[in-house]
Design a protein around this ligand. Structure first.
Ligand SMILES: C[S@@+](CC[C@H](N)C(=O)[O-])C[C@H]1O[C@@H](n2cnc3c(N)ncnc32)[C@H](O)[C@@H]1O
Length: 262
C-alpha cells in the first residue's frame, strides 16, 4: 500500500481481502503437491491472511508465514485457530520480506511468494532481493516458487483509470452486503500498474462505510523472474504458465517459477 493504514482501516482491509478472495485462484493444490514432494519446513513470504499458509499447516506441514501487515497476520491467526492448526505448525512473523533473515534460514525445503505478491515490491532491486531472500532461506535442494501475473497488451490498454464495479457480496460472517469497485492505471514509463480498490459496506438506506486500498504493482516478465532466480544461485526447474505446471506458452496469463537451491 502507498501509506500505512491506521489499525481500524487495516483490519477492515484485511477482512475485505478475504471477501475478495472467496473466488479461489486455484493455486493451493500446487503448493500442497510441492510440499508433499519436498517435505517441510515451508516458508511463505507476503503470506497475507494465510490463505495458503493455513491449509498447508493444517495438512501437517510446519509453516512460517511472513507479512509486514499485522492486521493480515491477525486474520491468519484466527483462520489457523478455526482450522485447528497445532500451535507448533504455523509461525506468524511480522517482518519486511526484503530484509528478512530468520534464525532458521537455510533449513526450509520449500519457500514461496504466491499470487502476484512479489509485484507489490514496486522496485526492480526489491524484486531481485526477494528471490535472494527465498534462496538464502532454503536448504540445498529446496524449492523456491514465485507466481506472477502477466497482463497482455489488451489488458494494459484497458488500465486507464476507469472505475469498474467488480462485485456485490455478502460477508459470510456478518451477512452484511459489501461492494467492490476497482480501478487500474498503467504507467508505461515505469512499467507499473496502480490498483485502487474501493469497498463499501452498509445496509439499505444507510450511509455506507468506504475503505480504499491502493497498491502499485511492478510488472515483471517470466524471463526477468528467471534471471533474478539465477542471480540468487537458484537453478530454474520449470517456468510454467499455469498451476498444473504446464510449460509457459503464448498467451499465458501468469508465470510460475519453480527453482532449486543448488
Ligand atoms: C495480495 S496479498 C497476498 C497474500 C497471500 N500471498 C495470498 O496469496 O493470499 C499481499 C501481501 O503482501 C504483503 N506485503 C507487501 N509488501 C511486503 C513486504 N515488503 N514484506 C512483507 N509482506 C509484504 C502485504 O501486507 C499483503 O498481505
Amino acid at each position: 500500500m502507498f501509506e500505512p493504514a491506521d489499525p481500524t482501516t487495516a483490519a477492515a482491509l484485511a477482512r475485505l481481502y478475504d471477501l475478495d478472495l472467496t473466488e479461489d485462484p486455484g493455486d493451493l493444490d500446487l503448493y500442497l503437491a510441492l510440499a508433499d514432494r519436498t517435505g517441510g519446513p515451508i516458508l511463505e513470504l507476503a503470506a497475507g491472511t494465510g490463505r495458503l499458509a493455513v491449509p498447508l499447516a493444517a495438512a501437517g506441514n510446519v509453516v512460517t508465514a511472513v507479512d509486514l501487515d499485522p492486521a493480515m497476520l491477525e486474520r491468519a491467526r484466527l483462520a489457523a485457530d478455526a482450522a485447528g492448526v497445532a500451535a507448533g505448525d504455523l509461525e506468524l512473523v511480522e517482518a519486511d520480506l526484503r530484509t528478512l533473515s530468520l534464525p532458521s534460514a537455510g533449513d526450509f525445503r520449500l519457500a514461496f511468494i504466491g499470487l502476484n505478491s512479489i509485484m507489490l515490491l514496486a522496485d526492480r532491486n526489491d524484486q531481485r532481493r526477494a528471490l535472494q531472500v527465498l534462496a538464502d532461506h532454503l536448504a540445498p535442494g529446496g524449492l523456491a516458487v514465485v507466481d506472477v501475473w502477466l497482463p497482455d497488451a489488451e489488458d494494459l490498454a484497458r488500465f486507464d483509470g476507469r472505475v469498474i464495479l467488480e462485485w456485490p457480496r455478502a460477508d459470510p460472517v456478518t451477512g452484511a452486503m459489501a461492494t467492490k469497485a476497482g480501478s487500474a492505471q498503467y504507467d508505461a514509463a515505469t512499467g507499473t500498474v496502480v490498483l485502487t480498490a474501493i469497498y463499501e459496506e452498509g445496509s439499505q438506506g444507510e450511509p455506507a462505510r468506504r475503505w480504499v486500498r491502493r497498491d502499485r504493482l511492478r510488472l515483471l516478465g517470466a524471463h526477468e523472474l528467471a534471471g533474478f532466480a539465477e542471480d540468487a544461485g537458484l537453478r530454474v526447474e520449470v517456468l510454467a504458465g499455469s498451476y498444473d505446471l504446464e510449460p509457459l506458452g503464448p498467451g499465458a496469463e501468469r508465470a510460475i517459477l519453480v527453482a532449486e537451491r543448488r
